[in-house]
Write a protein that binds this ligand. Structure first.
Ligand SMILES: Nc1nc2c(ncn2[C@@H]2O[C@H](COP(=O)(O)OP(=O)(O)O)[C@@H](O)[C@H]2O)c(=O)[nH]1
Ligand SMILES: [Mg+2]
Length: 384
């Protein structure tokens, strides 16, 4: 059986080649996009491949689909197309091409839905640039695509205006990044705030920053509780801060001790609770944390995540810790992250508002109340 492979810059061009070479009766056996990686696309551009034959008789699978959307105008320069004979047997036919226009369009429509990047081919350069900027900021591809689609369908938006696109993207990202504001304290009404999260993300350091700010700058009565008794060093780390800032500190390892510690810290304005890092995969430890928090009855539970983590790991960590009743999110190590687009993924999926961000090891300076607009600018790298 004679099979030919056709390659072109767009699927439509490749299909035009099939039609031109093999006629309307040709059967499309197989399609794929080459250069699917970002790098390949940059170096060689997009490239689509179709294997087709005129000798194959198979029932047309797509021919019965109704309500096909009209195709956009594709430009069909043949210049980059290549033809090559492969002359090999092919055993998994997809559809038979019966009438030239109807079926070719159906196929292209299907492929278009699968290849949701295809539309970018016809976009202004500025829109494509915006897309690659988003990818470089570590925004997940599906989210970048969605944002670009929203830009494209925005009435009145000048798609050639790079700055207008940026401003609009900033708005959209800011909407995704909901914030909680700082911990609100009413003097005399003890507020208990626990920090939870994986080991090493910066819980203890963040507690020290918060404690120092509320105690030294806002002159509130602050106390600390640590339930991180698995490692002596962890207790010592917090005690050192407690001594420097001059704060009462309680070390707790059972729910009963928690009750007693709470009573001893009864007349404070703010109690910050440090917890042991838990691997989000360690269900037993997560349950322990849950029962400890049930006893502590915190007003707020902030999940601490490092901005250095991947979107996927941040999302799954947030899912695991949701069972302990997280109410907000602190993102640390902004200074070490290469891109902050992963925050959009975790904010969307966890629905947790951001309370604070931290950007360095210095206690108490390297902490800020999270602001949607500033974070959006940081993601887009437009923050001065
Ligand atoms: N670069 C950077 N390092 C941080 C930040 N926050 C914490 N760290 C460092 O991360 C390490 C682990 O912090 P620690 O508070 O002990 O984490 P924990 O295990 O979650 O309590 C320490 O070396 C901190 O100095 C931050 O915002 N930026
Ligand atoms: Mg710690």
């Amino acid at each position: 059986m004679k099979i030919k492979t056709f390659r072109a810059k767009t699927m439509q061009q490749a299909l035009n080649l099939v039609r031109h070479e093999m006629g309307a009766e040709a059967t499309v056996l197989h399609t794929r996009e080459l250069n699917t990686g970002l790098l390949g696309r940059f170096l060689r551009g997009r490239e689509f491949e179709i294997a087709a034959s005129v000798e194959m008789e198979v029932p047309a699978r797509l021919a019965t689909i109704e309500g096909i959307p009209t195709l956009p105008e594709w430009n069909s320069a043949f210049s980059d197309a290549q033809l090559d004979d492969v002359g090999r047997d092919y055993h998994s036919p997809i559809l038979q091409q019966q009438s030239d226009r109807f079926e070719l369009q159906t196929l292209v429509t299907q492929l278009q839905q699968r290849q949701n990047h295809a539309a970018l081919d016809q976009s202004p350069e500025s829109l494509f640039q915006a897309y690659t900027d988003l990818i470089e900021s570590d925004i997940e591809e599906r989210i970048a695509q969605e944002l670009i689609d929203r830009l494209r369908s925005q009435p009145g938006l000048e798609l050639h205006d790079r700055f207008a696109l940026r401003a609009e993207l900033e708005h959209m990202l800011a909407d995704d990044l909901q914030v909680a504001g700082p911990i609100e304290i009413t003097p005399g009404q003890k507020r208990i705030v626990a920090l939870v999260g994986p080991t090493g993300v910066g819980k203890t350091t963040t507690i020290a920053k918060l404690a120092a700010n509320y105690r030294l700058r806002e002159n509130q009565r602050v106390g600390l509780i640590t339930v991180d008794t698995y490692r002596i060093a962890a207790v010592e780390q917090l005690r050192t801060y407690a001594d420097i800032i001059d704060l009462p500190m309680e070390v707790v390892s059972t729910p009963r001790e928690m009750r007693e510690a709470k009573a001893r810290l009864g007349d404070l304005d703010l109690v910050l609770m440090d917890t042991a890092g838990r691997s989000p995969r360690d269900e037993v430890r997560i349950q322990e944390l849950k029962s400890m928090l049930a006893e502590a009855e915190p007003d707020e539970v902030h999940l601490v995540l490092s901005a250095v983590g991947s979107a996927r790991s941040m999302i799954s960590t947030a899912e695991r810790f949701a069972t302990v009743g997280t109410t907000g999110m602190v993102v640390t190590k902004l200074d070490e992250a290469t891109g902050l687009g992963n925050l959009v993924s975790v904010a969307r999926s966890s629905k947790l508002p951001l309370s604070y961000v931290t950007d360095g090891q210095n206690v108490p300076d390297d902490i800020q109340v999270a602001k949607s607009k500033t974070l959006a600018q940081q993601i887009l790298n437009t923050n001065p």
